[in-house]
Design a protein around this ligand. Structure first.
Ligand SMILES: Nc1nc2c(ncn2[C@@H]2O[C@H](COP(=O)(O)OP(=O)(O)OP(=O)(O)O)[C@@H](O)[C@H]2O)c(=O)[nH]1
Ligand SMILES: [Mg+2]
Ligand SMILES: [Zn+2]
Length: 308
């Protein structure tokens, strides 16, 4: 058995990179033990796997997926209970967001932060396309950067087309495995191309009618950097799934809400209707931003579907 990392997964073929940097197209062993039957994606980009070479010595069969240290789940588009894992085993995630062209909502950002917080995956929020922003967009940009910086998230505002901005991002992604996630059309593949031009990924203009992306990237793929490290480009998504925890625990993944909850009168306070709630007090005093608290409520009551 040989060990490798899945760098591309199309559903039938899994490309596995070996420690000798060989790329071996693999299939899954017929009766592979699937630990998580609820997942539609038993093997994903970033997975460490054990495989055996076929007789031709050029292709392989994946026999086992080694335990994941973390993963990010994409929200189901249907009502089934199945989860779709985007990628696994990352050192950090870059949430690529755009104030405009297309619009990224704060509840989308917060849902991603909740998912990442559950596994303690460090997140850098990168706002892209600043070269296109008008006055109102720039005002909203600085408001959001202030909110997230205050909570403790690193924020950057860039244009993927600007060399100086790309140099700054190189220092963030060097020698790490980074996942890039965000809505379709925010510039994920463009950013990867700017960081590593030889990759030459397909990109496309957003639709002029709907101001949304057109889902150009269809499979997640991990690319090596010539300067050290790897980046996982992912297809644009509408929303992120949450870990399998109860609603009662949701506020644990909103850092500043969790910190404020120390002062609540009831230890099982939901921070919605209880008296003497330190979280609600902090929102009223402006210590916790209303947009973050609204995201908490939206996700708690599962009302953020409309933001899709
Ligand atoms: N003005 C400007 N355009 C950008 C920037 N970054 C990306 N774009 C453009 O935005 C469009 C979408 O970029 P993509 O890289 O295809 O977006 P994506 O996030 O990979 O989209 P999906 O693969 O559909 O998820 C392309 O026309 C890019 O040229 C930027 O910083 N400024
Ligand atoms: Mg893309
Ligand atoms: Zn409370």
């Amino acid at each position: 058995m040989k060990e490798g990392v899945v760098v591309k997964a199309t559903g039938s073929v899994y490309t596995v990179r070996t420690s000798e940097k060989e790329l071996i197209p693999c299939r899954l062993k017929g009766k592979m033990r699937l630990e998580d039957q609820k997942s539609t994606s038993p093997v994903v980009v970033g997975d460490n796997v054990l495989f055996e070479y076929e007789a031709d010595a050029e292709t392989g069969v994946i026999a086992e997926v080694l335990p994941r240290k973390n993963h990010i789940v994409r929200k189901s588009t249907n009502l089934s209970k199945q989860s779709h894992v985007l990628a696994a085993n990352m050192d950090q995630a870059i949430l690529l967001a755009t104030i405009n062209y297309p619009v990224t909502s704060t509840v989308f950002i917060d849902r991603f932060l909740v998912s990442a917080e559950a596994y303690s995956i460090p997140v850098v929020i990168v706002f892209n396309k600043v070269d296109r922003y008008k006055k109102g967009d720039l005002e909203l940009l600085s408001e959001l950067m202030e909110i997230y910086t205050k909570i403790g998230y690193r924020c950057e505002a860039i244009s993927a087309l600007n060399d100086a901005d790309i140099e700054k991002l190189k220092s963030i992604v060097k020698d790490k495995v980074s996942l890039v996630a965000g809505h379709s059309g925010v510039g994920k593949s463009t950013l990867v191309n700017s960081l590593e031009p030889s990759v030459n990924l397909k990109t496309a203009e957003i639709s002029s009618a709907h101001k949304t992306g057109i889902h150009t990237t269809t499979f997640a793929e991990m690319h090596p950097f010539s300067f050290g490290g790897y980046i996982i480009d992912t297809p644009g998504i509408r929303g992120f799934g949450l870990v399998d925890t109860g609603k009662e625990e949701l506020y644990h993944y909103f850092r500043e809400i969790f910190a404020a909850s120390e002062g609540c009168q009831f230890h099982n306070c939901t921070h919605i209707h209880e008296p003497d709630c330190a979280v609600k007090a902090a929102v009223e005093e402006g210590e916790i931003s209303e947009s973050r608290y609204n995201s908490y409520l939206s996700i708690y009551f599962n009302k953020d579907e409309k933001y899709r």
